[in-house]
Every structure is written in structure tokens, then in C-alpha cells.
Design a protein around this ligand. Structure first.
Ligand code: C2E
Ligand code: CA
Ligand code: CA
Length: 595
């Protein structure tokens, strides 16, 4: 009664619902219920008992009936069984049991694995079968699995059905191309690659023109044939790594791998040509068709598949305008050209301003909160255009940062500031440094030689860096600050409050002063939230022993609040705007930032 023994064990292993077993009666024959020897083969399942220490694997009598060709050959040890494991299997029985995180509290611990099995080699091979293997393992004295009782059930059909359903969800039944869901998945994978490995790719949305009319004129079958042949024609004209997808009824999407805008346009135009070049063969004769196309390039035109596709649709809509071009790239080429021209123009102006010495400084006073006297000035970048007009940083910096010109601008500003400091022995000035400048490994050495030209001025210079610049790389920031300090230069944290500096970071960095971001300061007389926030920032800086500048102080009410909270200096239109040619610098009275 080996089988009955196994069936009882399986029953106690919680398999009753799968393998109806006789009621266990201390090993006595079951008084009622179906005979498992009849039931088990009919549900395609076989019981087993595996002794891990000896590796002996004992099977129910219906083994051959259940596993067919797989059961032929050697299966009487766990090792022999394991050798039959199919390559696609996710986890074997051995792994499911041995890696189980459950514990056996005396009743066995459940496990489950799904894997495939190959027929014995000596049978000459044959198809794999898929099985579900579940049961319980029982611990030995050490708590580790010692014995396993379980049931192997054949699920090949279910597995095939699942596979088919999966395949169907991925493949358009008519054309055999992937569906939009698959396309989106693929796009997502490409977008999700690490920055270094990521290549731009394009999505072309292809719409068959007048498919509705074609269907009406030639019938839906002919319409379907056009769709099928068009898909094949697209496929035949693309590279292996490009993907064709049935995007919607009359639309295809083509994903061009590793492709820039120019190339996308060339390919799109070629495909439009290829489609209209020759009619499509159908049962009712050759039918000509034409297509229109909208294109996007990722990640430029969208960083998620949804946005990309939405922009591609917008471009396609434009292409479908009656008199529009057949191919339209998202963000009409006009806009793009204007953007590019603008950037070129700005970069050009900056370069010539640098060459022609038209980079200038505007000085804005920073006054003592107690006395109102000017303590120092912030030197702000100004570019004088060839026609004499003055441009502020907001119009230049975005382009200058992208084109790398910002480092040259920062250098020029520093040179001008140092020269000015040398001319005016009582003047104190602070200047801004951009991320690019701070990250430039050559900069500390350059700074050392630049300050060397004018002995004694460095101690009247402060360099402002923003919070977001410094937290990018804490150690580099610390080294940089140390290098500046060794030259006698002071350090200010600019735009304090706009970033996320932690209290700990702030304490570890050797700043001399903080400048509270004007965007918060300007509203404190109106907004309780801003009031609370600025107050908190003030307390924090005070606690760390830093001097405090409040930016954008535009009225007396604001100044009064800040004074009460212990802010040391004010900067803002209420005390003076930035001027390019101050007639004379007021002699500084307070020993600002000179601690
Ligand atoms: P920032 O460092 O926060 O400089 C203060 C800005 O606030 C200046 O604008 C100043 O004119 C403006 N401002 C001063 N008082 C008030 C006020 O009461 N109300 C308002 N609404 N604004 C006030 P500016 O000169 O246009 O500079 C803008 C930004 O450009 C600066 O912000 C700084 O981040 C950057 N920048 C300026 N010069 C340089 C430079 O030489 N190098 C680099 N890398 N960046 C610079
Ligand atoms: Ca500043
Ligand atoms: Ca600022």
C-alpha cells in the first residue's frame, strides 16, 4: 500500500483539495472515498516521497501514466530527477525546498514550484512537459528540510494556453507586428537605460490615408490586406533592430533604434515614398495607398512612452492638415530653428562680448542691518551688447551654462572684481561662481594665480556658491572651500533655503555667511509660511555662528522683521539696486564678512 501511504502523507501536507484521498485512519484502509489509484491518474498528478539524506525518491504507482515519456529511465533519486529539469524552469523542487524561508513547526512547511521536465535521454528526446510541484517539507533535528512529501501535477496544457494568451496580447493578430502595449514597453526599456548607455531613438507614427474610404470602396477584406501588406513593406525597409507596431486600426508606429532627428526624417520620407511607390496587391486587384507621418525623437521629445506617443500624435495631426507636409516632426521645425538660432545668437554675443571686453560688473550694496551703512557689494554680471544696451544674467546664463561659456564669464567677472578691489583699498566685494566653475579641477590653481597678481586683495573677496552646487559632491565642496580659505577668500552660501542642505552638512562646511534666498524674504510681511520659514533659516544660521544676509529686502516692514530676528545684512531694492558704474563706492563702515 505504498501509494496509500503517500496519499495519506500528501493529505496531511494539505493537498486534499488537489488529490482527494481516503480519510487517514492510522494507516488503516479508507472506509470510504474514491480510491486514489483511480483518481490521481485521471487528474494528471502523481505523489512522491523524497528522503533528502539518502536522496531516495519514491513515486506513486501512476508515475508512468502521469509523466509519460518523462517517467521512463532513472527517476529514483532526487539527483536523477533534477537532471531532467528543463532549461526554461524558474526554480526546481530542490530550490523551492532548500531556499524555503518557512519553518516546520511539526506539521511540515509548504512549498510550491513550477518547472518543466525533459524525457530521459535514452528515449531519444521529445517535448518537455510542464509540472506544478507542491507539498510540504519536514525538518530534521537541525530544523533543515529532511523529508519531502508532495504531488507533481502536469500543467503543460495550461502553460501552453498561458503562453498563447501572452503571445496574443503582444502580437497583433492581423499583421503579426507587436501591439502598442509592447511598443510602449520597449520604449520604456530604452528610456530607462542608464544615461551613459542610452541612445536617442525615434518613433514614427504612420497613418494610412483614407483607409475608411478604401474599406467602403473595396470592402473590409481588401482594407485588411492593405494593412497586412503595408506592415510587410515597412518591415522590409527597416533595419533589424527597428520595431514595427500596429498602433491603432489605421496607424502603425515604427520605432527607429539609435536614431537622431535628421535620420528619423530621412527614414520617414523614404517610408512615405516606399508606401506610395507601388499599389498593394489584394483579392480585388492592386490598390494604391498613401501615408502621412508624425515623428518624435526620445528623450528630447518625451521622457515617458505616454508623452512621446502623445507628441507623435500631435505631429501626425499636423501632418494630416490638408495642405500640410506629409512628414511632420514634433515641435515644428520652425520653432526649433528659432530656438537654435537664439542660442547661437546668445552664445555668439557672449563670445564677442568676452573678446571685445564688453563684460561688465554691476554692484549692488549690502548694508548693515543695525546701522544701514554699506558693508560690501555683490558684483553681478552684465554684458554690454554692441549697440550699448545691457543684458542681465537671466538672458545669458541658461545658454552660457549649456555651451560651457559660463566658466569664461565667471573668470572674467573675478578678474574685473579683483582689479576693482586693487583700485579701491576699502572695497569689499562678493562674486558668484557657477557649478561649472566650481567643478573645474583647474579653477583653484587659476584662482590662486589670479589673486596673486594683486597682493592683499583676496581677504576682501567673498565667493558665493549656491546650496544646490555644493551638495552635489560634499567632499569636493569641502576641498574647494579649504582651497579658497587658504588664499584668504571668504565663502558665502547663496540662495539659502532653495536647496536641501542638511544641518549636518552645513555645520561641516566652513562657510562665513549665508544669504537667505530672496524668493522667501520678499513675502515675509504677507505670508505666514514664508515668515516661519525665513525665521527658521535665520535661527539655524545663527546657531551655527554664521553671518546672515537677507536678499530682496524691498521695504521697511520686511527690514524691521528681519532686524528683529537678528539678520546681520540686507540686500535689495529698498537699500540700493545693482549699478554698473557707481560714481564712487561708499566707504564701508561695518566690518562685514570679515570675521
Ligand atoms: P543672485 O546671486 O541671487 O543675485 C541677486 C539677484 O537678485 C540679482 O539679479 C539682483 O539684481 C536681484 N535683486 C537684488 N535685489 C532685489 C530685490 O529687491 N528684488 C528682486 N526681485 N531682485 C533683486 P541679477 O543681477 O539679474 O542676477 C541674477 C542671478 O544671476 C544671480 O542671482 C546669480 O545667480 C546669477 N549671476 C549674477 N552674476 C553672476 C556671475 O558673475 N556668475 C554667475 N555664475 N552667476 C551670476
Ligand atoms: Ca549671489
Ligand atoms: Ca541669491
Amino acid at each position: 500500500m505504498q501509494l496509500r501511504h503517500l496519499a495519506d502523507k500528501a493529505a496531511s501536507a494539505g493537498l486534499e483539495e488537489k488529490a482527494p484521498s481516503p480519510v487517514s485512519n492510522g494507516g488503516a484502509p479508507a472506509p470510504f472515498g474514491p480510491d486514489p489509484a483511480i483518481v490521481l491518474p485521471s487528474i494528471g498528478a502523481v505523489l512522491y516521497d523524497w528522503d533528502i539524506a539518502t536522496d531516495r525518491l519514491l513515486w506513486g504507482d501512476n508515475l508512468a501514466e502521469t509523466l509519460g515519456a518523462v517517467a521512463r529511465g532513472e527517476l529514483s533519486t532526487g539527483r536523477a530527477y533534477g537532471e531532467r529539469l528543463g532549461a526554461e524552469s524558474a526554480a526546481s523542487r530542490y530550490e523551492a525546498v532548500m531556499n524555503s524561508t518557512a519553518t516546520d513547526e511539526g506539521e511540515g512547511a509548504p512549498f510550491r514550484a513550477v518547472y518543466s521536465l525533459a524525457p530521459a535521454r535514452e528515449t531519444g528526446g521529445g517535448p518537455l512537459i510542464w509540472v506544478e510541484d507542491c507539498g510540504r517539507w519536514f525538518a530534521g533535528r537541525d530544523g533543515r528540510p529532511h523529508r519531502v512529501h508532495g504531488l507533481v501535477r502536469v500543467i503543460t496544457e495550461r502553460k501552453e494556453l498561458e503562453g498563447e494568451m501572452k503571445r496574443r496580447a503582444q502580437i497583433d493578430a492581423l499583421t503579426g507586428t507587436v501591439t502598442r502595449v509592447q511598443l510602449a514597453d520597449h520604449a520604456q526599456r530604452l528610456l530607462g537605460q542608464p544615461e551613459k548607455a542610452r541612445k536617442p531613438f525615434a518613433v514614427l507614427l504612420v497613418a494610412i490615408e483614407n483607409l475608411f474610404a478604401l474599406n467602403r470602396t473595396y470592402g473590409y477584406d481588401a482594407g485588411d490586406e492593405i494593412i497586412v501588406r503595408l506592415a510587410a513593406r515597412l518591415r522590409a525597409n527597416l533595419r533589424v533592430n527597428d520595431l514595427v507596431s500596429r498602433y491603432a486600426g489605421n496607424k502603425f508606429a515604427v520605432l527607429l533604434d539609435n536614431c537622431e532627428a535628421e535620420q528619423a526624417k530621412a527614414t520617414g520620407m523614404r517610408l512615405i515614398e516606399v508606401i506610395s511607390q507601388a499599389p498593394f496587391e489584394t483579392q480585388v486587384g492592386a490598390i494604391p495607398a498613401t501615408a502621412r507621418m508624425g515623428a518624435v525623437v526620445a528623450p528630447r521629445d518625451g521622457r515617458t512612452p505616454e508623452i512621446l506617443f502623445q507628441h507623435a500624435e500631435e505631429a501626425l495631426d499636423a501632418a494630416r492638415q490638408r495642405n500640410g507636409a506629409r512628414f511632420v516632426a514634433y515641435a515644428s521645425s520652425l520653432d526649433r530653428d528659432i530656438g537654435r538660432l537664439h542660442a547661437l545668437h546668445v552664445a555668439d554675443s557672449v563670445v564677442s562680448a568676452l573678446n571685445e571686453r564688453r563684460v561688465e560688473l554691476a554692484f549692488q550694496p549690502i548694508v548693515s542691518a543695525k546701522t544701514g551703512a554699506i558693508a560690501f557689494y555683490e558684483a553681478l554680471l552684465r554684458v554690454r551688447l554692441a549697440d550699448g544696451s545691457i543684458v542681465c544674467p537671466g538672458d545669458i546664463l541658461p545658454v552660457a551654462e549649456k555651451s560651457g561659456l559660463v566658466r569664461l564669464l565667471d573668470q572674467r567677472v573675478l578678474e574685473l572684481a579683483l582689479a576693482r578691489l586693487a583700485e579701491e583699498p576699502d572695497l569689499r566685494v562678493s562674486v558668484n561662481a557657477s557649478i561649472a566653475t566650481l567643478n573645474d579641477p583647474e579653477w583653484p590653481a587659476w584662482l590662486a594665480s589670479a589673486t596673486n597678481v594683486y597682493p592683499g586683495v583676496a581677504k576682501r573677496l567673498t565667493i558665493e556658491m549656491t546650496e544646490s552646487t555644493m551638495i552635489e559632491d560634499f567632499d569636493t565642496t569641502r576641498r574647494l572651500i579649504a582651497a579658497c580659505k587658504s588664499l584668504g577668500i571668504k565663502l558665502a552660501m547663496d540662495d539659502f533655503g532653495a536647496g536641501h542642505t542638511s544641518f549636518r552638512n552645513l555645520r561641516q562646511l566652513d562657510f562665513d555667511l549665508v544669504k537667505i534666498d530672496g524668493a522667501f524674504v520678499r513675502n515675509i510681511s504677507k505670508s505666514a509660511d514664508d515668515r516661519f520659514f525665513v525665521r527658521t533659516l535665520t535661527d539655524l544660521a545663527r546657531h551655527l555662528g554664521l553671518e546672515i544676509v537677507a536678499e530682496w529686502v524691498e521695504d521697511e516692514a520686511t527690514a524691521a522683521l528681519l532686524r528683529e530676528w537678528g539678520v546681520d545684512y540686507f540686500q535689495g531694492s529698498y537699500f540700493g539696486v545693482a549699478e554698473t558704474a557707481p560714481a564712487a563706492f561708499a566707504p564701508p563702515q561695518a566690518a562685514a564678512a570679515s570675521a
